[in-house]
Design a binder for this molecule. Structure first.
Ligand code: NAD
Ligand code: UD1
Length: 344
């Protein structure tokens, strides 16, 4: 049964594609707006294979206001993923990040106001907390100074939303602060596909395992953690995707002119070595790695207090770290052996 029409910006990207699958499964009609700057149209066909429905797709840049005019009518809500996300690239090209991440958000908020679309879900990040003094971090934990222009765009984005709501009656916003999304769809048909050398841990591990990289560099072995390597809260992307269905449903029932913020993590912290151990266990391989110095901009440890997401949103992740490493590896193998080869 159709539940409403959701415009998903960045819907062919990593988290967006998994969310589109979940939205379709939950009965929503989905419209995707993506400029393919970090994705390709093959993802659309694979979403269709998994979900049994081909979502409406518009290849547009959401920073381009005129392109938004062609979006269909009767949209009930927007989930806004479209953004650039590389921390290191944002340090090198800060204006590229401020422009894309903030102009796209401004445009989508204005688009909602013009079309009287009341429900808006925003992709934020745990990076807004910086290195929090309090662990686990709750939604009330103060923002520390951003460690990168990318992180700053998320802090500014949240502030922009709060100001906009004060001036624009009728809207409701849910901001989701993701911790470390990882893993892939259980079919191995969609997953994370960084362009060039991956910055993130999980794709670096799987690309090393498949032979694209010589060995993993473990950044930092002298942190104040269980084994000296940095600790993060890894959440399976399929769980994260299902949280978006809960978030859009929750948003629709919220009082107007309100913004609610949720941490989306597993609530558990794992060190880099523990992630490697899990990968070795689920793949039966032994990833070569070497310890190197700390990576600039990395925080020592962070994990989520998930109480609010559980109590208010009713969201509890169903998958564990081994599911993350298992599915990430399945995706890497399927992509290299079947999808990439077919496309080349
Ligand atoms: P992704 O790069 O895989 O997906 C983003 C998608 O948006 C891509 O398909 C890209 O082509 C598209 N896009 C970018 N700019 C666009 C524009 N101006 N117009 C239209 N489409 C555009 O990234 P992801 O990992 O799926 O992240 C989605 C969101 O979640 C981002 O806002 C990101 O900052 C946020 N986030 C991601 C992580 C993570 O670790 N992946 C963590 C915290 C927050
Ligand atoms: C970072 C951002 C986060 C952003 C996410 C998406 C911060 C604090 N966090 O997460 O906001 O949304 O990227 O891009 O800015 N590691 C290695 N070797 C590698 C790669 C990573 O040891 O080759 C380590 C890192 O030092 C870190 C952990 O693995 O301790 C996870 O790293 P990564 O996957 O890059 O995510 P974050 O840096 O936590």
């Amino acid at each position: 049964m159709a539940k409403g029409k959701i415009l998903v910006t960045g819907g062919l990207g990593y988290i967006g594609s998994h969310t589109v699958v979940e939205l379709i499964g939950a009965g929503f009609s989905v419209v995707i707006a993506d400029n393919l700057s970090n994705s390709d149209e093959g993802v659309l066909r694979r979403i269709e294979t998994i979900a049994g429905v081909l979502p409406e797709f518009h290849q547009i840049d959401v920073c381009d206001v005129s392109a938004l005019k062609n979006m269909p009518s009767n949209i009930d809500g927007v989930i806004h993923f479209a953004a650039y996300k590389s921390v290191s690239e944002s340090v090198e090209f800060p204006l590229k990040y401020y422009r894309n991440n903030l102009v796209s958000l401004m445009n989508m908020l204005e688009f909602c106001a013009e079309r009287n679309i009341k429900n808006f879900v925003f992709s934020s990040s745990c990076t807004v907390y910086g290195q929090s003094e309090q662990l686990p971090v709750t939604e009330e934990s103060p923002f520390m100074p951003a460690w990168s222009p990318y992180g700053h765009t998320k802090q500014i984005g949240e502030a922009m939303i709060a100001d906009f709501l004060k001036s624009t009656p009728g809207m409701r916003v849910v901001s989701l602060r993701y911790f470390n999304p990882a893993g892939a769809h259980e079919t191995g048909l969609i997953g994370e596909l960084p362009r060039g050398v991956p910055n993130n841990l999980m794709p670096y591990i799987t690309q090393t395992a498949i032979g694209l990289r010589d060995k993993l560099k473990v950044y930092g072995s002298d942190y104040d953690t269980i084994d000296g390597t940095a600790v993060r809260d890894y959440i399976h992307v399929a769980d994260l995707a299902s949280a978006h269905v809960k978030a859009i449903n929750f948003c629709c029932g919220m009082p107007e002119n309100k913004v609610e913020v949720f941490n989306l993590g597993s609530g558990n912290g794992f060190s880099v070595l523990e992630v490697i151990e899990s990968f070795n266990f689920t793949s039966g391989l032994k990833i070569p790695y070497e310890m190197v110095g700390r990576r600039a901009g990395d925080v020592e440890k962070i994990w989520a207090d998930t109480t609010k997401a559980e109590k208010v949103l009713g969201f509890v992740p169903q998958r564990i770290l081994d599911d993350i490493t298992l599915t990430a590896w399945k995706w890497e193998q399927n992509y290299r052996q079947n999808i990439e080869r077919k496309n080349s």
